[in-house]
Unconditional design. Structure first.
Length: 107
C-alpha cells in the first residue's frame, strides 16, 4: 500500500501535474482528486484538494471545466456551498453549464 501524504515528494509531484500544458495530465489529476478526497477526509480535502479544483475551474479547456463540475459534485458531502459551481453554470460552453447545473441540482 502506498500512502500519499500532503507535503511529501509524491504529493508535490502529483499536484504539479495540474499545471501541465497537456490537458490529459490535468484531467488525470482531477480524477485522482475525486478518488483521494473520500480517503483523505474533509480537512485535507478543504485545505489541499479544493484549492487545486478551484484553480482548475478557471482552465481554458472546457473538458477540464466540466470535469471540475463532476468532481465538485462528488465532493458535495464535504461541503454545502460551492461557489465555483455557480460560476461554471454560467460558462460559455454548453457542456460545462450542463455538468455544473447537474451538480448544483444535487446541493
Amino acid at each position: 500500500m502506498i500512502f500519499i501524504l500532503p507535503g511529501s515528494e509524491l504529493w508535490r509531484s502529483i499536484m504539479e501535474k495540474i499545471n501541465n500544458p497537456h490537458y490529459l495530465y490535468r484531467m488525470t489529476i482531477l480524477h485522482a482528486i475525486s478518488l483521494l478526497a473520500p480517503v483523505m477526509g474533509s480537512e485535507i480535502t478543504c485545505q489541499k484538494l479544493l484549492p487545486v479544483i478551484i484553480t482548475a475551474s478557471k482552465d481554458r479547456v472546457p473538458n477540464i471545466k466540466f470535469n471540475v463540475a463532476k468532481v465538485l459534485q462528488s465532493l458535495i458531502p464535504f461541503f454545502n456551498n460551492l461557489p465555483a459551481l455557480v460560476e461554471l453554470s454560467e460558462d460559455p460552453d454548453v457542456d460545462v453549464r450542463y455538468f455544473a447545473s447537474q451538480a448544483l441540482s444535487r446541493l
